[in-house]
Design a protein around this ligand. Sequence first.
Ligand SMILES: C[S@@+](CC[C@H](N)C(=O)[O-])C[C@H]1O[C@@H](n2cnc3c(N)ncnc32)[C@H](O)[C@@H]1O
Length: 272
Amino acid sequence: MADQLERGGELHRPAVAEAAAWLRERLPEEPRLILDVGSGPGVGTCVLAEAFPGAEVVAVDGADGLLERATARAERLGLGDRVRVHRAELPGGLDAFGGVDLIWTSRFVHHVGDQRAALAALGGVLRPGGLLAVGEGGLPVRFLPSHPGVGRPGLQARLDAAGDEWFGEMRAELPGAVDAVDDWPALLTAAGLAPAGSRSFLIDHPAPLGEVGRAYLHAHLTRIRGNDGDRLAPEDRAALDALLAPDGILTRPDAFYLTASTVHTALTPPAS
Ligand SMILES: C[S@@+](CC[C@H](N)C(=O)[O-])C[C@H]1O[C@@H](n2cnc3c(N)ncnc32)[C@H](O)[C@@H]1O
């Protein structure tokens, strides 16, 4: 998954930069300590370090290999003096931190069985008045015209439906799974934080798509074929196979990458 996470990070990098500019407006002062929780290979971590030049930014993740990539990326970009990494089996492993100004956590919280408890654990290391930014949800990815010329029209919507089923089963099997509505402002409130606004950011890489986008989509469709093949009708499986063939998503001139990511923010209560 490391290569795929890095490709996804590259595709979403401009949107993270936009989100960071939006977060800057919500922070009362320049942040000095930022955590990127569930950082993966650190693409977002480095965007944050660039957006907040006065801050130390810590990539927090459970996977050593991904943290090594985060360190290598930060060094490559000349950010090595302000980016460090911390291995943690989340939502634990944050005891080393306190007084954090900003926590960014993108596409991580849904990996934890009890999402409310995870948000509360993150809120617990923020300073009074600190900001938590949770990137979860948005819009499904679109990558071909709605009539893609393979299979029946509506293929992408049917892939989304199969993916949603897979996602629900994945969440139900997590240790300590709690079945809660993904109402992020409500979950943030239940975690003792004060919601401070949500916003969605467009990720728009039009056709003709570059190599990173094509490689991402090929791996993405391969994963759908593996995870959801049994949920799809035979004609949709055949359409997927056609898209995975050499004259499919890797070379089609009409392939693009279009989606949106939502970021929900909340503040910790100020010190009394
Ligand atoms: C989907 S990736 C998101 C990466 C990046 N934040 C992004 O938005 O592209 C989820 C990350 O969370 C990490 N992760 C998932 N569950 C974890 C846990 N319980 N403890 C620590 N890290 C975890 C994975 O290693 C992975 O890097």
